[in-house]
Unconditional design. Structure first.
Length: 298
């Protein structure tokens, strides 16, 4: 984990550890049966590594990590695979794709490949429209290249993203419904069948009005670029895919209220927070994995 990203870890650590309004703490405390995870609980573990890293552009951040199930355990394939997008308040200095390595490895161990996307954050030349162009290009590359990496081309397309990446997962699901000729849509956008949001921040407009939120309001404003109807899922036309939100009731970064406001199906896990959503041994991740395996009929 890069030193430059420690600010994110400290920010979310304090949020997860209880730097919420006293009234909220008072409401939660009697229900708490165990401490919720903080970032060091996940990031201090030995970090799994992907099988390959490929480029979709010239910038150092325009890459994808590819995770392939073991041929010894699962055969030569082809295998189903998901498209994964990390969070970090849309800022590269806060988090990069390796924050998802533990659940990517867990999916790989269950016979599911992973296409883990990196992208330029608002602090690295991203925002509107560059971040969306990056994520769209990386997703479309999955559509054209997945067979070359031993991934099936006849299974449902699943996207999954954590926190700010949940917004991007839902955006990918609705992107194909944008008007033909829209540069963000592209000529042949990836057609998403199931979009999973892990404690996502789907409503960019609402986020721009929350300066006290741990992610602040500025990054969301830079992501929106006053083009909400093209980049904010609640304001975009609905796509063809099914949308599922996984939220935890002790998550102070993306509380269940965010999911309820968005309105898509939501699965809530009690007693867990924001970190557990991408921790391979958590109850909430177990539910997500089960849904992915169900989609792929594994």
């Amino acid at each position: 984990m890069a030193v430059a990203r420690l600010g994110f870890l400290l920010l979310l650590l304090t949020s997860a550890a209880g730097c919420a309004p006293a009234m909220e703490n008072a409401a939660i405390a009697p229900l708490a049966t165990k401490p919720i995870m903080v970032w060091k609980d996940l990031l201090s573990r030995a970090k799994p590594t992907p099988d390959a890293t490929i480029r979709y552009g010239e910038d150092s951040l325009q890459v994808v990590d590819v995770w392939q199930p073991s041929p010894t355990k699962f055969g030569r394939g082809p295998h189903p695979a998901v498209v994964m997008i990390h969070g970090g308040c849309w800022q590269t200095a806060i988090a990069e794709r390796d924050i998802m390595n533990w659940i990517a490895d867990d999916l790989r161990a269950h016979g599911v490949g992973v296409w883990n996307i990196e992208y330029r954050g608002v602090d690295r030349g991203g925002g509107y429209p560059a971040t969306f162009q990056d994520v769209g290009a990386a997703a479309d590359l999955f559509a054209t290249k997945r067979g070359e990496f031993g991934f099936r081309t006849d299974t449902p397309v699943v996207t999954i993203g954590h926190s700010a990446g949940g917004h991007l997962s839902l955006w990918l699901a609705r992107r194909s419904a944008l008007a033909k000729g829209d540069a963000l849509r592209g000529r042949a956008p990836l057609l998403v069948d199931v979009a999973i949001s892990q404690g996502g921040l789907p409503d960019l407009r609402a986020q721009t009005k929350l300066p006290e939120h741990p992610c602040g309001a500025d990054a969301a404003a830079k992501m929106a670029g006053d083009a909400f109807a093209r980049v904010a899922p609640p304001e975009m036309p609905k796509g063809r895919g099914r949308e599922i939100q996984f939220n935890n009731d002790r998550d102070r970064i993306a509380p269940p209220a965010f999911g309820r406001a968005y309105g898509a199906k939501m699965v809530t896990t009690p007693g867990e927070g924001h970190v557990e959503l991408i921790a391979p041994d958590s109850v909430s991740w177990g539910k997500q994995r089960a849904e992915i395996l169900r989609v792929f009929k594994l």
